[in-house]
Design a protein around this ligand. Structure first.
Ligand SMILES: [Cu+2]
Length: 139
């Protein structure tokens, strides 16, 4: 009774010639490389769009206890018009040194201040509702 297990046959099947013949048959060079497509984009954008007005006044609205836009970038010394569209009084007051401050703006009223002449980022709030925040960037 010899239990011969035929699976353990040690057949050293050595795959010898592993030379994979890369059949380079699919490289048919049928491309006619003389296709000079002249795709020159017509750069006729010489008409410069009128530069965004550096001298015009910027505008900030206050609506629903929110400065709109909350972030505004202006040139130094720009006149900024603040329009209070709410039914309560607001201010637009720079924090810190108070570089600008509209004072109280009654409902429906408009106030004006001049942006600082020094470049920088000037956060501001409404002193009546300090949770109202915005940032004026001068550059
Ligand atoms: Cu307010």
């Amino acid at each position: 009774m010899s239990l011969t297990y035929p699976d353990r046959v040690h057949t050293a099947l050595r795959v010898g010639g592993a030379c994979v013949l890369l059949a380079l048959a699919g490289c048919s060079n049928d491309g006619n490389g003389s296709g000079n497509d002249t795709t020159t984009p017509a750069t006729s954008a010489s008409s410069a769009p009128s530069s965004t007005s550096n001298t015009g006044a910027a505008h900030i609205s206050i609506k629903n206890f929110t400065f709109i836009p909350a972030k505004l970038q202006v040139r130094p010394g720009t006149k900024v018009i603040v329009e209070n569209q709410d039914s309560v009084t607001h201010t637009l007051t720079a924090t810190g040194d108070k570089k600008f401050d509209t004072g109280d703006i009654d409902p429906g009223e408009t106030a004006t201040f001049i942006a600082p002449s020094t470049s920088g980022s000037y956060p501001y709030i409404c002193t009546i509702h300090p949770n109202m925040k915005g940032t004026l960037t001068v550059s």
